[in-house]
Design a protein around this ligand. Sequence first.
Ligand code: PLP
Length: 475
Amino acid sequence: MTLIQNTLPQTRHLATTIPGPASTALHREREAHVTSGFGVTLPVFINRAEGGILEDVDGNRIIDLAAGIAVTSVGATNTHVQAQVALQMSKFTHTCFMVTEYDSFTKVAAWLNTHTPGDFDKRTALFSTGAEAVENAVKIARVATGRERVLVFDDAYHGRSLLTMAMTAKVNPYKKDFGPFPPEVFRAPTATRLWAHRDGETTTATALAGVERLLVENGPETFAAMVIEPIQGEGGFLMPAPGFLAGLRELATKYGIVFVVDEIQAGLGRTGKLFASEYEGIAGDITLTAKALAGGLPLSAVTGRTEIMNAVHKGGLGGTYAGNPVACAAALGVFEAFEDGTLLENARAIEATVRETLEPLVDGTSVIAEFRGRGAMLALEFTDKLTLETRADLAAEVAAKCHSQGVLVLVCGTYGNVIRLLPPLVIGQELLRDGLAVLRDAIIAVDAAQKDPAQKTELKLPAGNHSGATSLTAV
Ligand SMILES: *Cc1c(COP(=O)(O)O)cnc(C)c1O
């Protein structure tokens, strides 16, 4: 069963240069009214979106390999979501769940309690944004444990609110000049970065020993929560080394710390299973979801062990829009869309196609150090394999080439040197292959220009050296 009505042709089409004149005019207007504090990856204004295509106001049809940062996994015009939202809109838009109740909130909670990892009794709290879910997980863990401290990890991203900025690793742009931050947030090393080039077991054991030392040195009985992403998103699509998350799970249990798995980017089918935790054989005491949860409407969730979730005093949790009924209806549509398993199969088929097209670039070029990720959450790291220099400049140059040819890709990574792919799970294979060919050709061209500087293009962006690169053995 296909979930999308293909009224928007599922082909790439360049009607103008990108951005075209209509987008450029609208962007000028934006600059006159909108704070310059918001950046933009590709300054085109979208008219319609469907399947794997974003159509802009100039009539360009752009291949969407971003899904609004892993949000529109079921498609931006999913019929299940549309039907549920339309029905709810015809009834009421808001009551505030803390004032009077509605059943869709309960239904979303029940689905999450059943489907999140962990074979134990659970309860769920709904909010609006991912950062809010993270903040509330910390609030709940503090009450449940009577402790204050929070352990987070290198390369972590947990949001832009004050506490979640403190939990996020990268300073620029997320934290720069926004402090002071809340205290009692500690950061531990991980076993992720380019672990495949090293002995995985040694990497895992060394990192876990480092985490335990940090806990012991600071008093493990002072830590309320340990928070980690099962695949680190903004930090660079970093995969945990085998056994690392299971080892963290054991440490959390050993010291009575609430283990919080932030599935906000990797969850809800993105990796080919409903939750990325499933690949690691772990379950958080608390699992966080947001992004793809409501197909583009703002909704986030904290799902955890009943005894932890119910430790909070009555009235201690909430928010005016927390679990808004229209967003809950959208989530019920998303759950329907996942019901027959097709979307999870699509995520795995996307991985097979991307792997086939892009993985050969690791050996075939001098600039791609690693291809990594799972399902429809895949990335290429630009690091020179001989000098071990991270190459944010090349990632930016390749992304710009893709954008000019109508393929939307995103850059991420602590060092800004990773191109990540997050297509909607409903993208057609033919369209995906077209987008990947554009990306592959851009990388090959940039690699060739490196080897023959005469071909080098104009774009010059700062490249960063970093100590992390020393963990990469030349291949
Ligand atoms: C996006 C994201 C968040 C923050 O979600 P917002 O809705 O932007 O507040 C938190 N954690 C992870 C892993 C994310 O990817």
